[in-house]
Write a protein that binds this ligand. Structure first.
Ligand code: DGJ
Length: 727
């Protein structure tokens, strides 16, 4: 059992292979979270609670209650009760006051991990993990708080969530119900986060943690391109291989808050959860509210170990469905090839050549419905455009299938255009406040999924479209933020529930899709990576990571995203040059070798490539097929970063160290450099490795301690893939 309770010291200790988390009771009442770090065998650190010295515990020294709460490392801090730092819970009672201070009641250990009703979450049985449930109660407010801490047996992961239950007969309102709180001493750590923008997702940022509040958030209704629902508190100078990392990652796809506060006593408190701005959840008597979960990871071996822990966790305990570990098809998508300007013949011309070039799946993107020749109409109706597709989706899919390829389709089910039959019939079905026309973005509105009839309507459109032809892949897109939050159907005192209800309905829709169309490969997308988060990964094993397909930009974006997510879920395509977003031209092979480090595909008109480029495609596809299993399942190591120079280098290696793939890309060439080499990771020191192309042999220890020579052709944007096999 990896969870224990030391009754004498009143300490709960949760152990993972290399880490422990400790929760403790002060005076049998107040639950603190007092430790998260390297694994401890002892529980002899109750003195951390300092109950016999200032700040005094409220029961023994009632006069000093404020100073107690002001510095107590509360496991689930509440508002308006003397803890003035960032809190997790704010309950407004019938009296209109924020008034809830739950105290410890009981605990139990559950084998495995309970599901989180209606929410995506990591999963595991009794062989994988155990869960500590601690119950706190405020008898006066009638509120019970259940805290869940799941400790994984093979991974340095604790999953944390909370359930707030109203045991009284009267309603209360949750104004803040966050998922996780982590208290740590400040020891000079830095804060590592991912930021960005449309076409620039996943940029790594590191900052000092000065006094005060630091962090990031989304109030866009989606997890966002701009701020990623992740933060890591890292020791100064943390590298891929060295340093302590304590990371939090949020399994949620809507607005979020992720903050670290350095307080007056140099204590750190990190909190993570649904963004409280605009959030207000009415909890009727007898009802409960389940927060999403936050994943906590500990590494004492730098960022690389954190990455591999998250990759393993998500591959084994989050991603589901037929494609969880099955090979992902090499696809061709027509978006950058044609945008809205296509017809059946044009698509088939591309598809015929793509089939000859050994591509496995043809994806028809936006523009197949209504009279949609630009991005300003017909969303919501989903009626095939007979002018463009005279034989419908079925006819097109049949012709694609006859070429030996599977067929996939794009939809944006959560949206409606003003110019649509759906909007004309139901203008009240969009998210909007009572007095104002909502802001338009990309000329479209967001459907109010909090209304059951709207959710059902969306399901009917998606499911009938999927049934209308042999569709094996769905790209589920979402191209705008939520604004003007208001629902015509929710009562006034439930308007603050809209954002979260929207996300819950989205999750229900995608769960239904998994249940009723288990053979369809779902790829989520949000104008690129605007909803690239662990929540969506629970439903779709791959996510389109950015609308920027330029190889150099993608190296940066994919570095940030692959720091958290397995390569098997990072949608990556080869596109045409000059690149449509940045206008840069890079070699065709470099584009392919960049897209290899994700779920590989093409997004261009293959017929317009030069004959030499076209000739390269079958070999590129074949190479990906050969590498696919290792890319999808191997241990990933980041070797060099464009944040430090001109070289991007990474590798995957199988668990036994028998095979490895190394990717090298130099962005700008520099004159007169000393011979470059890169030290590899994860290999067996006393094994011999053979480069499968040149047949050159390298001792493992040389690759690990001296490095692999970097021999790239002259010129900018040069890239190489090296496959090493143990002799
Ligand atoms: C945004 C997506 O990220 C693109 O790949 C493409 O599908 C367009 N939407 C289509 O409108």
């Amino acid at each position: 059992m990896n969870i224990c309770y030391d009754e004498k010291r009143q300490i709960f200790k949760l152990d993972t292979p290399g880490a422990s988390m400790a929760l403790a009771l002060a005076d049998g009442k107040w639950l603190g979270q007092i430790y998260f770090g390297p694994r401890l065998n002892s529980t002899d650190f109750a003195w951390l609670l300092a109950t016999d010295r200032p700040p005094y515990t409220p029961d023994r020294h009632p006069r000093e209650a404020v100073s107690f709460f002001d510095c107590f490392p509360s496991a689930y801090p509440v508002d308006n009760a003397g803890d003035f730092r960032e809190s997790c819970l704010s309950v407004r009672t019938q009296a209109g006051q924020i008034d809830c201070l739950p105290i410890f009641e009981s605990w139990e250990i559950l084998p495995g991990k309970p599901e989180l009703a209606g929410l995506p979450a990591t999963f595991g049985g009794a062989d994988d993990c155990n869960t500590l449930r601690v119950i706190l109660r405020d008898a006066a407010a009638g509120v019970r708080v259940e805290l869940y801490y799941t400790a994984f047996i093979q991974l340095d992961v604790i999953a944390q969530s909370a359930r707030i239950c109203n045991d009284s007969a009267e309603a209360v309102w949750l104004e803040r119900a966050l998922s996780a709180c982590l208290n740590l001493p400040y020891e000079g750590q830095e804060l590592l986060t991912l930021h960005g923008s449309w076409a620039r997702e996943g940029m790594i940022d590191i900052q000092n943690i000065g006094t005060g509040i630091h962090g990031l958030a989304s109030r866009r209704g989606v997890s966002s391109h701009q701020d990623h629902p992740f933060l890591a508190i890292v020791s100064p100078g943390t590298t891929q291989d060295r340093g302590e990392v304590r990371a939090l990652h949020f399994v949620y796809s809507g607005s979020f808050l992720a903050q670290v506060q350095r307080d007056q006593f140099d204590q750190l408190r990190a909190v993570m959860g649904i963004h409280p701005d605009g959030f207000r959840w009415k909890l009727e008597g007898g009802a409960s509210f389940q927060t999403p979960e936050a994943i906590l990871v500990y590494s004492d071996a730098g960022l690389g170990a954190m990455t591999r822990t998250l990759h393993n966790l998500y591959r084994e305990h989050l991603i589901r469905g037929a494609y969880r570990s099955g090979p992902r098809p090499v696809l061709i998508n027509n978006w950058e090839a044609t945008y809205f300007d296509f017809d059946e013949e044009k698509l088939l011309r591309i598809a015929r050549r793509a089939a000859e070039l050994k591509i496995e799946l043809f994806v028809l993107d936006d523009g197949w419905f209504g009279e949609r020749d630009t991005d300003s109409g017909y969303l919501g109706d989903w009626k095939v455009c007979a002018r463009k597709l005279p034989h419908g989706l079925r006819g097109l899919a049949e012709q694609i299938n006859a070429l030996g390829m599977r067929f996939g389709l794009w939809m944006e089910p959560e949206m409606v255009s003003e110019n649509s039959d759906l909007y004309r019939a139901h203008p009240d079905w969009v998210i909007r406040t009572a007095t104002r026309t909502p802001l338009r973005c990309r000329d479209q509105y967001v459907l109010d999924l909090s209304r059951p009839e709207v959710e059902e309507h969306v399901w009917q459109r998606v499911s009938e479209t999927l049934r209308s032809a042999d569709i094996r892949y769905l790209k589920w897109d979402m191209n705008r933020s939520l604004t003007n939050l208001g629902s015509a159907a929710l009562p006034a005192d439930r308007q603050g529930e809209l954002g979260h209800r929207y996300v819950l309905a989205l999750y229900r829709l995608q769960q239904r899709l998994m249940d009723e169309f288990p053979g369809v490969l779902l790829e989520n997308c949000c104008g690129g990576g605007g909803r690239f988060d662990p929540g969506m990964l629970f439903y779709s094993p791959q996510i389109w990571c950015s609308d920027d397909t330029d190889a150099v930009e993608r190296l940066r974006i994919q570095e940030g995203i692959s720091m958290l997510y397995p390569l098997s879920c990072i949608g990556a395509h080869v596109s045409a040059c000059p690149n449509h977003v940045v206008g840069r031209s890079t070699p065709f092979e470099t584009r392919a070798l960049t897209a290899m480090w994700g779920t590989f595909g093409y997004e261009l008109d293959v017929t317009k490539l030069s004959p030499e480029e076209q000739e390269q495609i079958p070999a590129q596809v074949q190479r990906y097929r050969e590498c696919r299993a290792l890319i999808q399942t191997g241990d990933y190591y980041r070797l060099a970063s464009l944040r430090d120079g001109q070289l991007d280098a990474k590798m995957v290696v199988d668990a036994r160290g028998a095979q490895a793939i190394v990717g090298l890309t130099r962005v700008l060439n520099r004159p007169n450099q000393r011979p470059q080499r890169v030290r590899l990771r994860g290999l067996i020191p006393d094994a011999i490795y053979v480069d499968s192309e040149t047949l050159r042999e390298y001792p493992g220890e040389v690759l690990l301690h001296i490095g692999l020579p970097i021999e790239l052709p002259d010129g900018d944007f040069q890239s190489k893939l090296i496959r090493l096999v143990r002799k």
